[in-house]
Design a protein around this ligand. Structure first.
Ligand SMILES: *[C@@H]1O[C@H](CO)[C@@H](O)[C@H](O)[C@H]1NC(C)=O
Ligand SMILES: *[C@@H]1O[C@H](CO)[C@@H](O)[C@H](O)[C@H]1NC(C)=O
Ligand SMILES: *[C@@H]1O[C@H](CO)[C@@H](O)[C@H](O)[C@H]1NC(C)=O
Ligand SMILES: *[C@@H]1O[C@H](CO)[C@@H](O)[C@H](O)[C@H]1NC(C)=O
Ligand SMILES: *[C@@H]1O[C@H](CO)[C@@H](O)[C@H](O)[C@H]1NC(C)=O
Ligand SMILES: *[C@@H]1O[C@H](CO)[C@@H](O)[C@H](O)[C@H]1NC(C)=O
Ligand SMILES: [Ca+2]
Ligand SMILES: [Ca+2]
Length: 426
């Protein structure tokens, strides 16, 4: 038991000097122990050496890997970013490789379409952007600002008195004292929590440079073109609004833009004398006194109503009288200027048709082909306006309707038509 204890002690405390126990062990025993210890040590030494060699090998391997990676890094460029609103084709960043760029629809490629990784590990060409094609096309700058096309957005150059990214904000530099009745007014402003000022104009006003509200001239904006006009006749600009006016003889309709004729005859606003007929026309009225033809060639007429004359009975054997019209009637037609043509103005017929045919003719007048007569059906003729009549003017026509029975004239009727064409198209 003892030597084992001693060996253990010797191994654990190698520098302990040999003590008196030496005497208790035989020399043979000590020699054996030393031999065993030597064997143990050399096996330890071998294992340690093996470990060291492995470590060295691993370190060499690691060094190689690192060097390889360093070489690789030296031969490549840093990956380029994908442009906004575009795409990048190719990911290889090794020297000699290309990368391509594309832009989305509505965007224009600015810079290099293809870039190559150069030997000095930089990319050829310029940085690539995708620029919106329509930066300025939408006229984004308000209040007369000038749009500047940038790389990926626009910028606005604002005229004095305006600021903001789209020149939308007025610069409140000067405010005059302005009255409510004026065409310029101060805006209504409120300071909000963030400390900025929010201003707006009354209806019918718009913000101008300097932060003043200027009346919108609706008349100038809309009245000059036939398709956008806001007043049938004339437009008067007033602060914050506009007003339509009508010429004399018309009144403004409740729609506030059109004009309607005043019926002076019905409203007793005429000065026609007794014995005159009041005829309402567009934009005025006329006083007329229909007169029967004077007696001549044994033929005379008598007035049977305000606008009708009948032939007196003919003396026996008077052919001239028998050929004259049996009756004459007067017709007054109001018409607006420049109305479209052809247009039927008047129809004529007889209430007591006893013959077998009616003939219609235009005898006289001043219309020079502007008025013609045509048959509408067997018993009706009509007076037709053939082209637009531009007023103010008066057209006259005398129409004759003859009634026949087996080609023998039974009677004639005369229609005296007067067309009053107004000055305006309403
Ligand atoms: C990598 O390049 C640098 C210079 O850019 C050079 O000093 C270094 O030796 C190179 N390394 C290798 C492993 O080629
Ligand atoms: C890399 O090389 C290109 C030509 O090969 C040259 O134009 C460029 O200036 C070089 N870049 C740097 C950073 O040296
Ligand atoms: C202008 O009108 C506003 C209301 O619209 C009124 O409060 C203000 O007193 C008026 N100012 C003048 C100077 O008439
Ligand atoms: C009727 O009045 C108008 C003016 O309103 C005048 O021009 C015209 O002469 C007058 N006619 C008669 C018959 O008094
Ligand atoms: C007028 O009538 C008389 C008979 O009453 C006749 O003699 C004369 O010829 C007639 N005149 C005309 C123009 O028809
Ligand atoms: C008549 O009306 C037409 C369109 O309907 C227009 O082009 C023309 O100028 C008008 N003429 C006059 C004299 O007002
Ligand atoms: Ca106005
Ligand atoms: Ca009238």
């Amino acid at each position: 038991m003892l030597p084992k204890v001693l060996v253990l002690v010797a191994l654990a405390i190698p520098h302990l000097p040999w003590s008196s126990a030496q005497d208790c062990l035989s020399k043979q025993q000590v020699a054996n122990t030393i031999k065993q210890m030597q064997k143990l040590l050399s096996s330890h030494e071998a294992a340690q050496l093996q470990n060291m060699r492995n470590l060295k090998k691993q370190l060499t391997l690691l060094q190689g890997n690192i060097q390889k990676q360093m070489v690789k890094q030296n031969e490549s460029c840093t990956l380029l970013p994908v442009p906004l609103n575009g795409r990048r084709l190719g990911k290889k960043t090794v020297v000699g490789h290309d990368v391509h760029f594309l832009c989305g629809p509505g965007f224009l490629l600015v810079g290099s379409e293809t870039r190559t990784c150069l030997n000095n590990r930089t990319w050829s060409g310029q940085q690539t952007f995708c620029k919106s094609i329509n930066d300025c096309a939408s006229n984004p700058c308000a209040n007369g600002g000038t749009c500047m096309d940038g790389t990926d957005r626009y910028s606005c150059l604002c005229p004095s008195g305006w600021s903001g990214t789209t020149c939308q904000a007025p610069v409140y530099s000067y405010w005059a004292t302005l009255s409510n009745s004026s065409f310029s007014r101060q805006p209504r402003c409120a300071d909000n929590l963030l400390g900025s000022r929010q201003c707006s104009c009354d209806r019918g006003f718009q913000m101008q440079a300097g932060g003043i509200c200027q009346d919108v001239d609706e008349c100038q904006l809309f009245q000059s073109s036939r398709s956008t006009r806001i007043c049938l006749h004339e437009c008067v600009n007033v602060p914050g609004s506009y007003r339509c006016t009508c010429p004399e003889g018309y009144q403004l309709h409740t729609d506030k833009s059109t004009c309607t004729d005043v019926d002076e005859c019905a409203e007793n606003q005429h000065n026609c004398s007794r014995g005159q007929m009041c005829i309402n026309v567009f934009g005025g009225f006329r006083c007329v006194r229909p007169e029967c033809p004077k007696a001549q060639l044994n033929t005379s007429y008598v007035k049977t109503s305000a606008a009708q004359c009948e032939r007196s009975p003919c003396p026996m054997g008077s052919k001239a009288c028998q050929r004259a019209a049996n009756s004459i009637s007067f017709h007054y037609l109001p018409l607006q200027s420049n109305r479209t043509a052809p247009r039927v103005l008047f129809k004529m017929s007889t209430s007591r048709f006893v013959g077998d045919s009616l003939r219609f003719a235009i005898l006289g007048g001043n219309s020079q082909g502007m008025l013609v007569v045509q048959r509408a059906d067997r018993q009706t003729g009509e007076l037709v306006l053939t082209r637009p009549a531009v007023g103010p003017t008066t057209l006259e026509a005398e129409l004759e309707m003859s009634e026949f029975a087996r080609k023998i004239l039974l009677g004639k009727h005369i229609f005296r038509v007067t067309v009053f064409v107004s000055q305006y198209e309403f």
